[in-house]
Design a protein around this ligand. Structure first.
Ligand SMILES: [Ca+2]
Ligand SMILES: [Ca+2]
Ligand SMILES: [Ca+2]
Ligand SMILES: [Ca+2]
Length: 379
């Protein structure tokens, strides 16, 4: 590790042209220094829509938008959204140099409890495959769980090199925390041995909704400004001390289950109206429309929010803010755009239950119906 200091000088010189933009602050909140979003989510989340605005706790995971920039020899990444505090993972793959692994090999370092082994080739030639032209060189995994103090979460970061023929270096890269005490929020970015820093602000309750249809992570071009923010020293890519140009940096980011074994539908670049992808070794982004990666300097495509309304169920339950498709899948009755649960009317569940004949008033005709049926045993 001691030889890396020399490379830092070359990197610093290169990065001079970006210095005027300023460096983002790694606190989980989007900075102006990033510029416009490079990638915007276009798919509802199959990993739960968060409704808890706590800075640490989150009841779901989504990636509403992504953007990255370089400054002072570091790569900064902001991912708008939130990650459930159940150790589900945000998997970050970065292509920043020649070589790398277009398909995750079976001979990578064991980090994050077998992360790359779970996603990579199991010996049969499978393994998660990226779009053609995306050959990541570095992997980062981020998860979080309850901090046991009852006031927030601790985060855990792992990283690994993805050398062309495998067998790179990898290690646990530190821990941070996000919590709230007496109404004051605290976000402590991770610290570790490799200069990688991650901050999580899980307070987002906007962005995409739950489901597997089309949606928009930045409706009317307004980005979700809180989420996961990452700082990575560029020298971590330069394991042969070559003085790399870093002139074509691309990222693929997705949410995965806690054991790295079930890929969600939250990918940046986005899928289009897809369910969760599932088994990672079978995922091949090259067979899915559009690029499942984005580059520094890209500008995300504007997107259209899902049409949402109330979903009424025969048992009297109701969900608000869901799509027609999602309601239908769950055997509910979707009652139209921007409707709310008070509008559910499923016969027995109407808001005037004593108006038995539905005439609009409770009157003697209703009473006669009751008397006529007096003594009936209902199932
Ligand atoms: Ca920030
Ligand atoms: Ca590469
Ligand atoms: Ca959301
Ligand atoms: Ca693709």
């Amino acid at each position: 590790m001691c030889g890396k200091t020399g490379i830092g000088v070359a990197v610093a010189a290169l990065m001079g042209s970006f210095a005027s933009a300023g460096a983002p602050t790694v606190d989980g909140t989007l900075d102006a220094a990033y510029g416009p979003l490079a990638s915007i989510q276009g798919n509802s989340t199959g990993f739960g829509d968060n409704s808890d605005d706590h800075v640490g706790y989150s009841g779901g995971s989504e990636l509403d938008g992504g953007v990255a920039t370089m400054s002072n020899g570091k790569l900064f990444i902001h991912l708008g959204g939130n990650i459930e505090h159940n150790y589900n993972k945000v998997e970050v793959f970065i292509d920043a140099r020649d070589g790398g692994q277009n398909r995750i090999l079976g001979i990578n370092p064991d980090v994050g409890f077998g992360a790359l082994q779970r996603m990579g080739d199991d010996g049969t030639g499978n393994g998660l495959t990226f779009d053609a032209g995306f050959d990541p060189d570095l992997y980062l995994s981020i998860g979080c769980g309850d901090n046991a103090d009852g006031n927030g979460i601790n985060s855990y970061i792992d990283y690994a090199e993805l050398r062309t023929n495998g067998d790179g270096f990898g290690a646990y890269a530190g821990s941070g925390s996000s919590y709230s005490i007496d109404g004051t929020d605290y976000i402590e970015p991770s610290t570790g041995d490799y200069g990688i820093t991650v901050a999580i602000n899980n307070s987002n309750i906007g962005g995409v909704i739950g489901g597997d249809g089309s949606d928009c992570g930045a409706p009317e071009d307004v980005a979700v400004t809180t989420g996961i923010e990452i700082e990575i020293p560029l020298y971590l890519f330069d394991w042969d001390f070559e003085g790399l140009p870093y002139d074509d940096v691309k990222l693929c980011v997705f949410v995965n289950s806690s054991d790295h074994g079930w890929v969600s539908n939250q990918i940046l670049g986005s899928l289009d109206a897809s369910a969760n992808l599932g088994e990672p070794r079978q995922v091949n982004f090259d067979n899915i429309d559009g690029p499942q990666y984005f580059a520094l300097g890209d500008e995300g495509e504007p997107c259209i929010p899902a049409t949402i309304g109330a979903c009424c169920f025969a048992n009297g339950e109701c969900w608000e803010g869901v799509t027609d498709d999602h309601c239908d899948t769950n055997r509910g009755l979707w009652i139209g755009e921007d409707t709310t649960c008070v509008e559910c009317d499923l016969g027995g569940g109407n808001d005037c239950p004593t108006d038995i004949d539905g005439s609009g008033t409770t009157d003697v005709d209703d009473l006669l119906q009751v008397i006529g049926n007096f003594g009936n045993v209902c199932p």
